[in-house]
Design a protein around this ligand. Structure first.
Ligand SMILES: Cc1cc2nc3c(=O)[nH]c(=O)nc-3n(C[C@H](O)[C@H](O)[C@H](O)COP(=O)(O)OP(=O)(O)OC[C@H]3O[C@@H](n4cnc5c(N)ncnc54)[C@H](O)[C@@H]3O)c2cc1C
Length: 386
């Protein structure tokens, strides 16, 4: 998104992606109402909505066997009053195909950044590995948007503040059949959680486990694990045997962390590279996109004519840091209170937060706003729009 917007603003951009495609399997599939609003502001919304996707206007959770409406997007002050569920590779292919219309935009696939190029203490570019050999690319600004295991922030020596996360996620595919339930927020049971993302012919399943317990789960055997899944979503009983080998079940370690400084001379980190997000609440993609918009809004003009100063770069952090802090605090709360047992209670009981959402429909607008728009939504400023 940052590459698209900067190229649109007339800045020469090279986007480096280490993989040969955008198949980011280990991510969520949510395109939020605020992102759809941005697509409208860019004049891309109608075409975007022609891509295969699902529109979810109300998110429901299944909590201890009871269906609870959690978020009602229909009252949001946005053009699209729904979350669009779309695999992230479709979204990125769409965006990059439009970015390629700008002569300023270059996309280098299979190009993995392995180091930063330095001149004195200033970052002046990156060194990358490609199938054809090593490559050096120089520029006025390197934007590290390389996710939660960021090479860029590591090589820059940035200090990271870790917030303990008590969960990991097991990530696997289970086939989907006609008549299965619609997309939900998740299946919660006594502090445990199964998330199912509808990817048309299969469910992308995320099973939340206490951190560090995967070996224990493996030792109990596959049959018990399959039974665990069935206890959350009984309709998967006839196909859970597809999970017949642990190699089909990937362990994703969940982190929440934040850089103390997101920038140094010639370098800025955004998205998960600046602040790794947990899947809790399904908001990390939205936050990363908002960072990209703020970056283009604040730096587009400067970068058209040369480097951005440290003061300019710090403005991006200053603008995006408090929304990040707020959302990360919410994620820490969800980990402690909702998915790790603090609200587990009796077999059939609903934790208070879910009872309130069930009894008072108006309250469902709060999670809708938080998930759908988030604090401090960004809008394109005219300078970034060609
Ligand atoms: C299991 C799981 C489920 C999630 N579900 C959701 C959800 O439903 N909704 C939601 O909003 N958020 C979700 N999140 C959080 C969300 O995935 C992240 O917050 C979001 O993807 C961050 O976007 P990003 O562009 O900063 O980083 P990423 O999406 O991680 O993208 C980084 C990109 O950089 C590339 N890259 C990495 N290193 C290099 C390198 N050295 N050189 C070149 N390229 C490189 C990667 O291949 C990747 O394409 C989930 C997270 C997890 C772990």
């Amino acid at each position: 998104m940052a590459g698209y917007l900067l190229a649109r603003a007339g800045v020469q951009v090279a986007v480096l992606e280490k993989h040969s495609d955008f198949n980011r399997d280990f991510r969520g599939d949510t395109i939020h109402p605020s992102t759809l609003e941005l697509m409208h502001e860019l004049g891309l919304l109608d075409e975007f909505l022609k891509q295969p996707h699902q529109e979810v206007r109300e998110l429901r959770a299944v909590v201890n066997g009871q269906v609870v409406p959690v978020a009602d997007f229909t009252k949001l002050p946005t053009r699209c009053k729904f979350i669009a569920f779309m695999p992230q590779w479709d979204f990125l292919n769409f965006l990059s195909s439009h970015a390629k219309h700008f002569p300023e935009f270059q996309l280098h696939m299979e190009t993995e950044v392995v180091d930063l190029l330095m001149e004195d203490s200033r970052v002046i570019g990156v060194r990358a590995k490609t199938p054809k050999g090593d490559l050096e690319i120089r520029g006025d600004l390197v934007i590290g948007a390389d996710g939660r295991h960021s090479t860029v922030h590591t090589r820059a020596g940035f200090q990271l503040r870790e917030f303990g996360v008590p969960i990991d996620v097991l990530w696997m595919r289970i086939s989907r059949k006609q008549g299965d339930p619609k997309q939900t927020f998740g299946f919660f049971q006594h502090g445990k959680l199964l998330v199912l993302l509808d990817r048309d012919d299969y469910w992308q399943a995320g099973f939340v486990i206490p951190k560090g317990r995967f070996d224990e789960i493996k030792a109990r055997g596959l049959t018990r694990f399959q039974n665990d899944i069935i206890s959350f979503a009984g309709f998967l009983r006839d196909r859970v045997a597809e999970l017949d080998d642990w190699s089909k079940i990937k362990l994703l370690t969940v982190q929440i962390n934040r850089l103390r400084n997101w920038c140094r001379e010639g370098l800025l980190c955004i998205g998960d590279a600046a602040h790794a997000m947990s899947p809790a609440g399904g908001v990390g993609i939205n936050l990363a996109i908002q960072d990209a918009v703020a970056t283009a809004n604040l730096l587009g003009d400067k970068l058209r004519s040369g480097p951005a100063s440290m003061d300019d770069l710090r403005k991006v952090q200053a603008r995006r840091e408090w929304p990040t802090r707020l959302i990360q605090a919410m994620q820490v709360f969800i980990h402690r209170r909702v998915v790790t047992g603090a609200t587990s209670g009796r077999q059939s009981s609903l934790p208070l937060v879910f009872r309130l959402l069930k009894w008072f429909p108006v309250l469902r607008q709060i999670p809708a706003r938080f998930i759908g728009i988030g604090p401090r939504p960004e809008h394109f400023q005219s300078a970034t729009v060609a």
